[in-house]
Design a protein around this ligand. Structure first.
Ligand code: BTN
Length: 260
């Protein structure tokens, strides 16, 4: 990856990434960003690592974080919002990833609720939003983003499930260009969220996700699976599903494990 100075010279943001920490190897950029945030690092601070030894994903999963091929970074946010509104920011990040993959890479991605970025039904990027709050007051958020950039293959257990920008476009993108493009897309979305609320984000998310409405899905939450057809997202970003068994359920967390 390019040096911090080189990245800052071409980064077109006001605050996101202006304070940038670049590490060769970390356990998890989310953990380091969280420590920096607790020590008072300002909003917009970004931690990026060439490699993670304990990269984590949503729902307690691991995130494959080998050197060279993947982009791993975390952004510190300090919005003055109640904790229940925070999940929309992970949808905003998915929109930013979608925009970056379209404009920088010329690809046609999809967003699987809540924030998996898919290309041809395979996962190319993931987002992990972690919150620090005390008695219903949000202290800070760490938005972790992992993008499969240069992989030319995946371990057996991910074959057919994962893909990379290289595999989809045939082009080896520089990791810093991908990160810059994501930060440049995300900053205006974040500003809009702060000034106008979640509606603007949700509208963009709905336009970019084929999962927003009319998709037959199986959602898993706490080990329980529910089948139905998607029926929109709420103002807090919860997925509404018309259940096969009748009635509608709103999922604020969970995972779409099967879809048609
Ligand atoms: C998911 O789809 O499960 C979320 C994956 C998030 C991975 C990124 S890589 C950078 C940041 N640091 C971590 O440990 N995880 C996130």
């Amino acid at each position: 990856m390019a040096s911090v100075d080189e990245i800052l010279q071409t980064l077109k943001t006001r605050s996101f990434g202006r304070r940038l920490y670049l590490f060769e190897r970390l356990e998890s950029t989310n953990s380091t960003a969280d420590e920096l945030a607790r020590d008072g690092a300002p909003e917009g601070t970004v931690v990026v690592a060439e490699e993670q030894t304990l990269g984590r994903g949503r729902l307690g999963r691991r995130w494959l974080s080998e050197a060279k091929t993947g982009l791993y970074f975390s952004l510190i946010l300090r919005p003055a919002i109640p904790p229940r509104e925070a999940p929309v920011l992970s949808l905003a990040a998915a929109v930013a990833l979608h925009q970056a993959m379209e404009s920088l890479c010329g690809l046609k991605p999809d967003i699987k609720w809540p924030n998996d970025v898919l290309i041809r039904n395979r996962k190319c990027a993931g987002i992990l939003l972690e919150m620090s709050s005390e008695s219903d007051e949000l202290k800070h958020l760490v938005l972790g983003i992992g993008v499969n950039v240069g992989h030319d293959r995946f371990p057996l257990e991910l074959e057919g499930l994962a893909t990379s920008l290289f595999l989809e476009s045939g082009h080896l993108f520089a990791k810093e260009s991908v990160m810059q493009s994501i930060l440049e897309s995300l900053e205006p979305l974040y500003d809009r969220f702060l000034s106008q609320g979640s509606c603007a984000i949700l509208d963009s998310w709905i336009k970019r996700s084929s999962f927003a409405q009319g998709r037959r899905v199986v959602v898993e939450l706490n080990g329980i699976r529910r089948s139905g057809v998607t029926w929109g997202v709420t103002g807090e970003g919860a997925l509404q599903v018309k259940l096969e068994t009748g009635g509608t359920e709103e999922f604020l967390s969970g995972d779409v494990v099967n879809w048609e």
